[in-house]
Design a binder for this molecule. Structure first.
Ligand SMILES: Cc1cc2nc3c(=O)[nH]c(=O)nc-3n(C[C@H](O)[C@H](O)[C@H](O)COP(=O)(O)OP(=O)(O)OC[C@H]3O[C@@H](n4cnc5c(N)ncnc54)[C@H](O)[C@@H]3O)c2cc1C
Length: 407
C-alpha cells in the first residue's frame, strides 16, 4: 500500500512537496482552491521568475529562528534547486548570481512543474478551499473543505501567507495551523512600497529614480539601511531598497513607533568628497540663478523640490542667497527626510513576514503539535530578501516536507 499524502495549496512549495513525495513512492493529492495551480509563480520576477540565487545565506532571511532556517537551506540549497529544475527539463541561467529560466518566462517554470506532477500521477483537486485538518484516533488525518472530507496518512500544509491574496493565499492556512494548536507570529506585508506623510511635496518628485542610501530612523535611532535604486511616487517610496526595508518598518509601525526614511541622494560621495564638491562648484557661481547653479547634481525635479524646501527661489541670483540656505540645500541632498505612515497593503506585497512559529516545527518540517502534519513555504515564519530567496525557501522547505512525509 502506498502512503496517501495530501498537499494543501498548489503553489511553489506545494508543487515541490508533491513532486518529492511522489518520487519517494507516495500517492499524492494536491488540494488547490483556485481552478489552476501556481498562479503566483506567473507573477514572480516581473514575469521572468527569479527562482533562486547563488549567494544563498541565512543572512538573506528573516524570522524568529535563523539557525533553524539555515539548517533547512543547507539540506536543499541553490545547487539542489538547479539540479531539480534541470531534472524536470528547465534550462536555467544566471545574472549576477540571480537565477532565471533561460527563456525568461515564469510560465515555463510553472509548466515544467505541472508536467512533472502529471508524469508522477499526482492528483489535483481544484476549486476546493480546505478549512480544517484534524487527526483522528486511528492516526489518519482528516482534511475537509466543509462539504467533503478526505482521509490521508500525512498532510503537507502549503497555503502560503497573506501576500497577493488574488493569487489564492489569503491567510486561511494560518487558521488551519491554529486549529491544530500552532502559534502564528504576527504577520505584516513585506517587500512592499511605503507610504509617507509628505504627499504634497512628493507630487512634485513622483517618477524620479535615484541611486540612494535609505536609512530608517525609528524614534530618532537608525535601525536599518539599504542602498539601491529608490523610486519616488506620489504617495511615498518604492524600489528594491524600500522593499527590503519594508518588513522592519511595518513591525515598528505596528508598535506605534515613529519611522522616518532619511535619504542620501549622493551615497557614493564621502563627507570629504562632498565638501570638496561644494567648494569647487563655487567657481561656477558668476551671475547664475539658483536653478542654473544647482543643475547637474541631482534629477531636475528633485533639485527644484529641495531648493524650495531650503527656502531658495529658482530665479534668485546666487550672490543674493545667504550661505545658510545654500548649506540647507546641500544638507537636504544627503539627509532628505520622509515620515512613513504605513506600507501598501498585502495586495501589493510580494510576501508576508511572520507565520507559523518554527519553534513548533521539526527540522523535517513536521508539526510538533500534530504528528503527520507538515508545513512548507511562506506559511512558516520565514521571509527572504528580494533576489530569489523566497522561492528558494519554497523549494527547500517543500522538498524537505515532501521527502519526510513520504517516509
Ligand atoms: C508579484 C510577486 C513577485 C514575486 N517575485 C518573486 C521572485 O522573483 N523571486 C522569489 O523568490 N520570490 C518572489 N515572490 C515571492 C514568492 O512568489 C512566494 O514567496 C512563493 O511563491 C511562496 O510560495 P508558497 O507555495 O509558500 O505560497 P503561494 O505561492 O502563495 O501558494 C499557496 C497556494 O495555496 C493555495 N491555497 C491557499 N489557501 C488554501 C486553502 N485553504 N485550501 C486550498 N488551497 C489554498 C493558493 O491558492 C496558492 O495556490 C514574488 C511574489 C509576488 C506576489
Amino acid at each position: 500500500m502506498k502512503k496517501q499524502i495530501g498537499v494543501i495549496g498548489g503553489g511553489a512549495a506545494g508543487m515541490m512537496a508533491a513532486i518529492t513525495a511522489a518520487r519517494e513512492g507516495a500517492r499524492v493529492t494536491i488540494f488547490e482552491r483556485n481552478d489552476r495551480v501556481g498562479k503566483k509563480i506567473l507573477q514572480t520576477g516581473n514575469g521572468k521568475c527569479n527562482l533562486g540565487n547563488r549567494a544563498l545565506s541565512v543572512e538573506c532571511y528573516h524570522g524568529t529562528d535563523l539557525q533553524w532556517i539555515g539548517k533547512a537551506l543547507e539540506r536543499f540549497d541553490t545547487e539542489d534547486t538547479i539540479r531539480f529544475f534541470q531534472s524536470i527539463g528547465l534550462m536555467i541561467k544566471e545574472k549576477n548570481g540571480y537565477l532565471y529560466p533561460v527563456c525568461e518566462q515564469a510560465a515555463a517554470v510553472l509548466d515544467v512543474l505541472r508536467y512533472e506532477l502529471q508524469a508522477l500521477d499526482v492528483e489535483i483537486v481544484f476549486a476546493r478551499k480546505i478549512i480544517k485538518v484534524e487527526r483522528m484516533d486511528s492516526g489518519k488525518l482528516l482534511v475537509s473543505d466543509g462539504e467533503k472530507e478526505w482521509l490521508l496518512d500525512a498532510v503537507i500544509v502549503t497555503c502560503g501567507g497573506k501576500a497577493a491574496p488574488a493569487t489564492g493565499s489569503d491567510g486561511s492556512g494560518f487558521k488551519i495551523a491554529k486549529r491544530l494548536g500552532h502559534t502564528c507570529t504576527l504577520t505584516v506585508p513585506a517587500l512592499v512600497q511605503l507610504r509617507c506623510q509628505e504627499t504634497d511635496l512628493l507630487k512634485g518628485i513622483a517618477g524620479v529614480r535615484a541611486d540612494s542610501e535609505i536609512r530608517i530612523l525609528c524614534d530618532g535611532e537608525e535601525v536599518c539601511r539599504e542602498r539601491g535604486e529608490l523610486q519616488l511616487t506620489d504617495y511615498g517610496i518604492s524600489g528594491i531598497p524600500v522593499f527590503q526595508l519594508s518588513r522592519s518598518v511595518n513591525y515598528r509601525l505596528r508598535e506605534r513607533r515613529e519611522c522616518v526614511a532619511q535619504i542620501d541622494f549622493l551615497p557614493e560621495l564621502s563627507e570629504e568628497e562632498y565638501r570638496k564638491l561644494q567648494e569647487s562648484r563655487k567657481l561656477l557661481q558668476g551671475d547664475r540663478t539658483a536653478e542654473e547653479f544647482f543643475t547637474g547634481i541631482l534629477h531636475k525635479k528633485l533639485t527644484s523640490t529641495l531648493l524650495k524646501l531650503a527656502g531658495i527661489r529658482l530665479a534668485t541670483p546666487m550672490r543674493e542667497i545667504p550661505e545658510e540656505k545654500i548649506r540647507n540645500f546641500y544638507g537636504l541632498c544627503r539627509n532628505f527626510r520622509l515620515h512613513i505612515t504605513e506600507s501598501n497593503p498585502y495586495e501589493n506585497a510580494q510576501v508576508s513576514a511572520g507565520g507559523v512559529a518554527v519553534t513548533e516545527v521539526k527540522e523535517t518540517m513536521e508539526s510538533m503539535r500534530c504528528p503527520g502534519v507538515y508545513f512548507a513555504g511562506e506559511i512558516l515564519d520565514v521571509d527572504g530578501r528580494c533576489g530569489g530567496y523566497n522561492l528558494q525557501w519554497a523549494w527547500s522547505s517543500g522538498y524537505l516536507a515532501g521527502y519526510h512525509a513520504a517516509q
